[in-house]
Each structure stands twice: as C-alpha cells, then as structure tokens.
Write a protein that binds this ligand. Structure first.
Ligand SMILES: [Fe+2]
Length: 101
C-alpha cells in the first residue's frame, strides 16, 4: 500500500473473486441439486451471505478506494470465509459425492 500498489491489487482480487465466485457458486449449487444433497440449504445461505458481504465491500472500494478498513474487511470477511467454507461445507459435498458414487 505504501507503494501505491494497494489499490491495483485489491481491485484485481475483487475482479477475480466476482468472476470466480459467481461461476463456482452456480456450478456447485447445480451439482448439489442434481445429487439431492441434504446440506444444500446451509450451502445456499453461506453463499448468499458471502455475496452480500462481497457487494458491500465492492461498494466501499468504489467509494473510498483502498483503506485500512477495507483491507481488514477483505481479510476477515472474504479470505476467512473462503477458507472456512471450502474447508468445511464444500469438503462435505466432496465426501457425500464420493460416498454416493
Ligand atoms: Fe460452497
């Protein structure tokens, strides 16, 4: 951030996540529906929560640029969410599909 690269980097992360997350959530929800996965409602709730947080952060970024607050929010809300969601909820889908295969 001190070198003025913060804004570019955060912009890139946000653009990447917008694209990745939209595609990933949609594909995952289709797979869960197709296989009648029992945990689909908690998956969808978590996805919706992420989309809400993400859109708040995008607005904040568009309005205020890169602030310390924004960087912390990206770290706390987005990065930790992804780590927990993939490590817990998404892992369960993998185990379910493996068992039913
Ligand atoms: Fe998921």
């Amino acid at each position: 951030m001190a070198q003025g690269k913060g804004k570019d980097e955060v912009g890139k992360v946000i653009a990447f996540l917008a694209d990745y997350v939209t595609k990933h959530f949609k594909a995952e929800e289709e797979i869960m529906e197709k296989h009648n996965y029992g945990g689909i409602s908690s998956q969808k709730t978590e996805h919706a929560q992420f989309i809400r947080d993400f859109s708040d952060l995008k607005k904040d970024f568009g309005k205020n640029g890169v602030t310390t607050h924004l960087v912390l929010q990206v770290q706390n809300k987005l990065c930790n969410w992804l780590k927990n969601h993939i490590g817990n909820e998404d892992k369960k889908i993998g185990m379910f599909l493996k068992k039913s295969a």
